[in-house]
Design a protein around this ligand. Structure first.
Ligand code: FAD
Length: 385
């Protein structure tokens, strides 16, 4: 799918930013297990925190493909930054824009787009990961509105968030989605996880103790909203994974052209060439699936396509994320192999890329769950036909 001149310009801007501001700091952030928070101001200045927010609320209102191109470039520079940006723009701003009342949109979208409030999406709990319908966080309606109590797990951006969307179970049993302002006493983030990769990403637990929550859309539809927000999220994670894979291939290619063994460059050996060829094949395949899912997402935003069936958004987003995340892990693993002993050392970037890539196979739906989702959509179609 050729990019338009405008998309190419934005891609060049994101690429330049990632190369100048993210890639040189990425290893340091990984060691520190923290980003320099100033990076969010830089992202906001570029408009990258309001990519899917309508212009009337201060966003750039990018088409989906432009959004994906930017995410890929950010991930080439630093995957933790790309994850923070993907969750903020995708599930969080996306859910407010899609399901929020006019009042909620006016209150939150300009703050999200300007970076004044970063977004977190709190669905998972210790006992409810792949099966979010098992979540136990409670939402009770009283004289002061809705009060949320429970413990959320692995919340990306959870400690820096200016807005958290929290899924919680109401008395009647249905699950609602609630806008929660983390500045209140009832919200506390703790226990920064010591993750294998994406170490600079903020992965925290969030305790809610009678926290005020503002219901988003219909209070009994929260789980459905969250799952459909994950369709958007998964296309973004696919782009993140393509960016990681692209970075790994570039590092491996440069190294293969520099390193000599047996009096020749590694790049002269057929076995190494075969690895590079397979890397490109996997990356191009993953990117094509990601862009293709992006087209379906674009159509579904205007209501022009169904979410169901093998060509619907749910299946296409799951296929893109599955293919791209597994490609990223494979490519990064082979990049480590091309670097040999040096690849296994922290001093070189590829071992980090392998650790980062593995995460993309887990969050926003594990590979096993994505296969279940895809099969369900294939069978749904066959049964209907
Ligand atoms: C870095 C990181 C960031 C995250 N960020 C967020 C976030 O911002 N917000 C949020 O809400 N969550 C977040 N998560 C949580 C993530 O979404 C869950 O970890 C994920 O959904 C898997 O849930 P689980 O860890 O409980 O694994 P489990 O559900 O316990 O699964 C364990 C294993 O069993 C497999 N499995 C489970 N059920 C089935 C089945 N029916 N058939 C076949 N296999 C199955 C899984 O695929 C997996 O391999 C994050 C996780 C990580 C690692």
């Amino acid at each position: 799918m050729p990019l338009s001149d405008e998309q190419l310009e934005i891609q060049a801007l994101a690429r330049q930013f990632a190369a100048a501001e993210l890639a040189p700091r990425s290893a340091k952030w990984d060691e520190a297990r923290a980003l320099d928070e100033g990076v969010f101001g830089e992202l906001a200045e570029l408009g990258f925190l309001g990519m899917l927010v309508p212009e009337e609320f201060g966003g750039l209102d990018f088409d989906v493909l432009t959004y994906l191109v930017v995410l890929e470039e950010l991930a080439r520079g630093d995957a933790a930054v790309a994850l923070a940006v993907a969750i903020h723009n995708g599930p969080v701003a996306g859910m407010v824009a899609r399901h929020g009342s006019e009042e909620q949109k006016s209150a939150w979208l300009p703050r999200l787009a300007s970076g004044e409030a970063l977004g977190a999406f709190a669905l998972s709990e210790s006992g409810a990961g792949s099966d979010p319908s098992a979540l136990e966080t409670r939402a009770e309606e009283g004289g002061d509105g809705w009060a949320l109590t429970g413990e959320k797990r692995w919340v990306t951006n959870g400690a820096r968030a200016g807005l958290a969307i929290v899924m919680a179970r109401m008395e009647a049993g249905a699950i609602g989605a609630f806008l929660v302002d983390p500045a209140q006493d009832g919200y506390s983030a703790h226990g920064g996880e010591k993750t294998m990769g994406l170490r600079a990403s903020q992965t925290v637990s969030v305790s809610l103790a009678d926290a005020h929550g503002d219901p988003l859309g219909r209070p009994d539809r929260g789980l459905a909203y969250a799952l459909s927000a994950l369709d958007t999220g998964r296309v973004g994670i696919a782009a993140q994974a393509v960016g990681i894979a692209q970075a790994a291939m570039e590092h491996a290619t440069r190294y293969a052209m520099e390193r000599e063994q047996f009096g020749r460059h590694l790049a002269d050996f057929g076995a190494i060439q075969a690895k590079l060829a397979e890397m490109l094949r996997q990356i191009l395949g993953a990117r094509a699936l990601t862009y293709g899912a992006g087209e379906v997402l674009q159509a579904s935003r205007s209501g022009a396509t169904s979410r169901e069936g093998p060509d619907g958004l749910t299946a296409r987003a799951a296929v893109a994320k599955l293919a791209a995340s597994e490609a990223a892990t494979w490519v990064a693993d082979e990049a480590v192999q091309i670097f040999g002993g040096y690849g296994y050392m922290r001093d070189y970037p590829v071992e980090k890329l392998l650790r980062d890539a593995k995460g993309t196979e887990i969050y926003e739906g594990t590979s096993e769950i994505l296969r279940l989702v895809i099969a369900r959509e294939v069978l749904r179609d066959a049964q209907a036909g």
